[in-house]
Design a protein around this ligand. Structure first.
Ligand code: NAD
Ligand code: MG
Length: 408
C-alpha cells in the first residue's frame, strides 16, 4: 500500500511473488548518472517498487543539489562525484555515507560485491570504463549510455560473453527490439526497423537549418531528455549512434538496419523476420518503461503512473523514409559504422565536442556535422582498437574539433 501523486495504490502480490519480493531477494543497483534525465526516472521506478529494488550506490556529475534531493527521497550507501571538493562537502554533511570521486570512485561503486546490476545513465564516452569494469566484476548492465557500445562495441560484446553477464538495453528503440525478440532467439532476423521521431527540426528543409537557435533545438516534440541527446536528436546523430548500438546489441549487419521516421513515437521499433512477419513494441513515450523492463527482465511488473496507449485516440500513425542528404549525420554514422574499427569512436568524440560547442553558442547548428565529417576524413583507421587506443582517439577527435574552430 503506498501513495503517489495523491493516489493510494494497493498492490496485490501472488504468494510466489510475496516469497520473492517480500524482502528475500532485493535487487541492489548502482545507478551511474543518477541526477540526469534517465537517472531521475530510474529513481522514480525504484521508489515505485521498494520491495524489489534498492539503489545502493549512485554516481553524479557536478550537481550537488540534485544529489541532496535524491538523498532526501531514498537511502543510498555510496555516492560518487566527479570533483573531490563536491565529494568532501557531501562526506562532511552525510557522515554515514561513503562518498568517493573521480574515475576510480566510479569504478569502485560499479563493482561493489553486493551489487547485482549497474544502470549506466552517464552521458558520453565517460560511461565506457565503468561499464567495462562492472562487466569484469560480473555485474549485469542496464545500458542507457549508448556511446559505450558505439565506441567499443567490439570490446563490450566480447567481455559480456566472457564474463557471462546480461547486457540489457534501456534506450527505448533497443528495448523495443529486445522485447520483440523474446522467444525468437533462434529465428533469423531479416532486418531491424529503427523508428525515429525526427527531432526538433523534422519539418524543416535543409536550407532552413542555418541559424536555428539552441533553444529551438532543445525543444523536442515527443521526449524530455538531457541536453546532449536532445541536440543529437535534432541532428539525427542520436539515430546514427542508435544504428551502431543496434548492430552490437543484436549482432546484425548495417544493411539489415533501416531507419524509419515515425513522428508520433508510438511504435518504438520493430523486427522483421525472414518469413516477412514484423513484430514491434508500442506504447506512449515514457522512458520509465524501458528502464523498468531492464530492471525486472525477464519478468514484467506494473508501471506505476504509466498510461495505457489509446490507439483510437491517436487514430493514425505516420511513417516516412529519412532523406540522407537532409539528415547528413545519419549518412555519416552509417559510413563510420561500416568502416568500423576506430571510426565510430572518432564520430562520437567529434560529435560530443561539437554538440557541446553548439550548446555553448560557439558554433552554428550545421557546423556540428561539418566538424564531425572533417574529423572522420582526417583520421587514419585503426582496425581493432584497444581501450587505451580508444581513449587516445577520443581525445584526438575532440581536440581536432576544437582546433578547427580555433579554440584549442
Ligand atoms: P543527462 O545529461 O540528463 O544526465 C547525464 C548524467 O551523467 C548526469 O547525472 C551527469 O551528472 C552524469 N555525468 C555526466 N558526465 C559525467 C562524468 N564524467 N562522470 C560521472 N557522471 C557524469 O543525460 P540523459 O538524457 O539522462 O542521458 C544519459 C544517457 O542515456 C545518454 O547516453 C543518452 O544518450 C542515453 N539515453 C537517454 C534517454 C533520455 O530519455 N534521456 C533516452 C535514451 C538514451
Ligand atoms: Mg533512443
Amino acid at each position: 500500500l503506498y501513495e503517489k501523486s495523491g493516489i493510494i495504490y494497493i498492490r496485490l502480490l501472488s504468494i510466489d511473488n510475496l516469497m520473492i519480493k517480500g524482502g528475500y531477494k532485493m535487487k541492489k543497483i548502482t545507478v551511474l548518472g543518477a541526477t540526469g534525465s534517465i537517472g531521475m526516472q530510474t529513481v522514480d521506478v525504484v521508489m515505485n517498487h521498494p520491495e524489489q529494488f534498492k539503489i545502493t550506490a549512485m554516481a553524479a556529475g557536478y550537481n550537488v543539489a540534485k544529489v541532496e534531493e535524491i538523498l532526501a527521497m531514498i537511502d543510498v550507501e555510496y555516492i560518487c562525484m566527479v570533483k573531490k571538493e563536491d565529494a568532501l562537502y557531501l562526506q562532511e554533511k552525510y557522515p554515514d555515507l561513503k562518498v568517493v570521486y573521480g574515475e576510480s570512485g566510479l569504478i569502485e561503486i560499479a563493482t561493489l560485491p553486493e551489487i547485482e546490476i549497474v544502470l549506466n545513465a552517464i552521458v558520453g564516452f565517460a560511461g565506457l570504463v565503468p561499464t567495462i569494469e562492472a562487466i569484469k566484476a560480473k555485474k549485469d548492465i542496464a545500458l542507457a549510455n549508448k556511446e559505450t557500445l558505439v565506441v567499443a562495441g567490439h570490446i563490450i560484446t566480447e567481455l559480456v560473453k566472457e564474463y557471462g553477464v546480461k547486457l540489457l538495453p534501456v534506450d527505448s528503440e533497443h528495448s523495443a527490439i529486445f522485447q520483440s525478440l523474446n522467444g525468437e532467439e533462434h529465428n533469423k532476423i531479416k532486418k531491424i526497423i529503427l523508428t525515429a521521431s525526427g527531432g526538433s527540426f523534422r519539418d524543416k528543409q535543409r536550407d532552413e537549418l542555418a541559424g536555428v537557435t539552441v533553444k529551438e533545438a532543445l525543444n523536442h516534440p515527443n521526449w524530455s531528455m538531457g541536453a546532449k541527446i536532445t541536440i543529437d536528436s535534432a541532428t539525427l546523430f542520436n539515430k546514427g549512434l542508435e544504428v551502431m548500438e543496434a548492430k552490437w546489441l543484436f549482432d546484425v549487419d548495417y544493411d539489415q538496419i533501416e531507419v524509419l521516421i515515425h513522428p508520433e513515437s508510438i511504435i518504438h521499433s520493430m523486427v522483421e523476420f525472414v518469413d516477412t512477419s514484423i513484430i514491434g513494441q508500442l506504447g506512449n513515450p515514457d522512458m520509465r518503461l524501458p528502464i523498468q523492463y531492464a530492471l525486472t527482465y525477464p519478468e514484467r511488473d506494473y508501471l506505476i503512473g504509466g498510461e495505457s496507449l489509446d490507439l483510437a485516440k491517436i487514430a493514425s500513425l505516420t511513417f516516412k523514409k529519412p532523406d540522407f542528404e537532409r539528415f547528413r549525420a545519419l549518412a555519416l554514422a552509417y559510413q563510420a559504422g561500416k568502416s568500423g574499427g576506430s571510426m565510430p569512436c572518432v564520430l562520437n568524440g567529434a560529435n560530443e565536442q561539437a554538440n557541446e560547442l553548439f550548446r555553448n553558442g560557439k558554433i552554428e547548428f550545421l557546423e556540428i556535422e561539418n566538424l564531425v565529417e572533417k574529423a572522420l576524413n582526417k583520421h587514419q583507421l585503426v582496425k581493432n582498437p584497444t581501450l587505451e587506443q580508444l581513449i587516445e582517439i577520443d581525445a584526438w577527435a575532440r581536440n581536432f574539433v576544437l582546433k578547427e574552430i580555433g579554440e584549442d
